[in-house]
Write a new protein. Structure first.
Ligand code: ADP
Ligand code: ZN
Length: 212
């Protein structure tokens, strides 16, 4: 099964992606994670992506499409995959349709107020990447990762100026994909406004949508 996760930054795609990927044994392919890894390793792609990401802008389609195409050619994608954070523009969606057939697009929806709270309180482990939230998913010790004891940091693009920019970019460039996939009859809308304790309910809605 080839799945795409769609939804505003902060809607919780990463959290759902991890669970869905386990349930269906398909790799989770997050373009955001691929770019962050490239930045860490100071590769050419990383250097190019960084300037856009820090500002909350999209990395150019050409670069993004190329890395996804290469990733989808790997063996572990043969029995299905899940894209998290791609496509984010109509041009990317058109390119994806040339690369592979998509079975289902899950569109996660929550109000702006919830989104802004999730993004501004989000903290990530600088070592293992695990996600926390100052109120909703607090670590046992403030500022320290429960899993690996790494230091928790705020992503550069989770600072207020970049959050606003990312939400604008989402509305202008990515939200049109909802209609794009609706027209193809492969869109399922999932209510993602429930609090984190109810993440299992969200996942059960996802399973229903995928298995219908
Ligand atoms: P979020 O969904 O919380 O914004 P991501 O980790 O998915 O976070 O993405 C972080 C940043 O990486 C984006 O703001 C953008 O700069 C870049 N990026 C990720 N995916 C794409 C994409 N498909 N096209 C262009 N830029 C992307
Ligand atoms: Zn950690």
């Amino acid at each position: 099964m080839n799945i795409v996760l769609l939804g505003s930054p902060g809607v919780g795609k990463g959290t759902y992606a991890e669970k869905i990927s386990k349930i269906y044994s398909i790799p989770q392919i997050s373009t955001g994670d691929i770019f962050r890894e490239a930045i860490k390793n100071e590769t050419k792609v990383g250097l190019e992506a960084k300037s856009y990401m820090d500002k909350g802008e999209l990395v150019p389609d050409e670069v993004t499409i190329k890395i996804v195409k290469e990733r989808l050619e790997k063996d572990d994608c043969k029995n299905g995959f899940m894209l998290d954070g791609f496509p984010r523009t109509i041009a990317q969606a058109d390119a994806l349709s040339e690369i592979s057939k998509i079975d289902k697009v899950l569109s996660f929806v929550a109000d702006d107020e919830i989104i802004i709270d999730r993004l501004s309180g989000r903290r990530v482990c600088s070592e293992c990447g695990r996600i926390f939230h100052v109120k909703n998913i607090p670590p046992k010790i403030e500022g320290i990762c429960d899993i690996c004891e790494g230091k928790l940091i705020q992503r550069e693009d989770d600072k207020p100026e970049s959050i606003k920019k990312r939400l604008d970019v989402y509305k202008k460039q990515t939200a049109p994909l909802i209609d794009y996939y609706k027209e193809k009859n492969i869109l399922a809308e999932i209510d993602a406004s429930k609090p984190i304790e109810k993440v299992d309910e969200i996942i059960s809605d996802v399973r229903k949508a995928l298995e219908e």
